[in-house]
Ligand binder design. Structure first.
Ligand SMILES: [Fe+2]
Ligand SMILES: [Fe+2]
Length: 349
């Protein structure tokens, strides 16, 4: 059994009133409609739950003692699928009100004795609707912020991409290098069963790990003869420069340790921080293996790429000195048993 009261010139807010006494619904609707609310009156609590599932309401006015289920059970059901609905509980008599704990637990925003004080109820509804207005405003602002943020992140990523291409354009060795290091790092990550989020961090970290080379003079970066000690220490600045470049955007936060520490060595003789063993960020240890592998398998101005056998021996030999031994083992397993996955990356970039 249901009773719908016609809606008239309204303030746009929809209230659903649930009471098993039609008389109460009638009087509630009279004065709430006067305030411009759209009122839907329902006498069957089970039907009210179904209506709330399907339709949008801003506020629920709910009788407490009803059949077949009481108001608190109605709220319990509603909270399973709707945590936002503003709920006011009406009690017939003070003594019959549910305990305060129940009211809090079910996130009921207020309660009121329905018969005696219509003014009080009216005020309660009014402040409820004001709260709903605020909630809606906050939701709207949040969504707008999220959208703006996404746009900003995208624009920032594009700018940094341009920077990356600038690095790759001036250094032919670097061309394709960061794409491959990124892909090898993700491949190792997959074989370590890392989460999608971690794989994304490895991807971004790999793509930008050498971005700091933008700050190294061309005369050093492109030099084909042996570097002097001073020149070599200039090159060694690139992880710190890279981390600094990326430090301005939250999207790079997780990838920065990869950029900063991809030249650390497991034995502590790397740079820039001389970190030892597991003090080196995990993802940086992964990227270090990927980076060195790509350096060994790329053609350099002074030598051809190394044969795969030699590369494997090098990795084996440097386990525990240059590389994290566990990660090196995983990578050797990929080289020995899943080489087609490496080949796919080499063909792509
Ligand atoms: Fe590097
Ligand atoms: Fe690199």
């Amino acid at each position: 059994m249901r009773k719908n009261i016609n809606e008239q010139a309204s303030n746009g807010y929809k209230i659903i009133c649930v009471d098993d006494e039609p008389g109460v619904l009638d009087s509630l609707s009279v004065f709430l409609r006067r305030d411009g609310y759209q009122i839907t009156g329902v006498t069957d609590p089970l039907e009210a739950i179904e209506r709330i599932k399907k339709e949008h309401f801003d506020l629920l006015l709910l009788d407490f003692i009803m059949t077949p289920i009481h108001g608190d059970q109605v709220v319990e059901e509603i909270r399973k699928f709707n945590k936002e609905l503003y709920i006011l509980l009406l009690t017939g008599h003070k003594d019959l009100a549910p305990p305060l704990e129940t009211i809090k637990r079910l996130d009921i925003q207020g309660y009121c004795e329905k018969m005696d004080k219509p003014d009080q109820l009216q005020l309660l509804v009014e402040s409820g609707i004001k709260a709903v207005e605020q909630m809606n405003l906050i939701k709207k602002i949040n969504n707008e912020l999220k959208e703006t943020n996404e746009k900003l992140e995208k624009a920032y990523l594009e700018t940094i991409e341009t920077l990356r291409y600038t690095v790759e354009a001036k250094d032919t060795y670097t061309r394709g290098h960061s794409d491959r290091v990124s892909a090898y790092s993700v491949l190792i990550g997959k074989h370590l069963n890392l989460s999608e989020e971690d794989l994304y961090t490895l991807k971004i970290g790999g793509l930008f790990h050498d971005i700091g080379k933008i700050g190294v003079p061309d005369s050093i970066l492109l030099k084909t003869e042996k570097l002097t000690d001073d020149e070599y220490s200039e090159i060694k600045n690139h992880p710190t420069i890279g981390a600094h470049i990326l430090s301005n955007a939250a999207i790079f936060e997780k990838a920065i340790p990869i950029v900063k520490h991809h030249h650390e060595r497991y034995d502590g003789h790397g740079y820039p921080s001389k970190l030892v063993g597991e003090n080196i960020p995990y993802f940086a240890r992964i990227a270090a293996v990927a980076d060195t592998f790509d350096a060994m398998t790329s053609r350099r101005t002074y030598r051809d790429s190394l044969p795969l056998d030699v590369v494997k021996q090098e990795i084996e030999k440097n386990k525990g000195t240059q590389f994290d031994p566990k990660i090196a083992d995983v990578f050797l397993d990929i080289l020995n048993n899943h080489y087609e996955e490496i080949e796919e990356i080499r063909n792509k970039y």
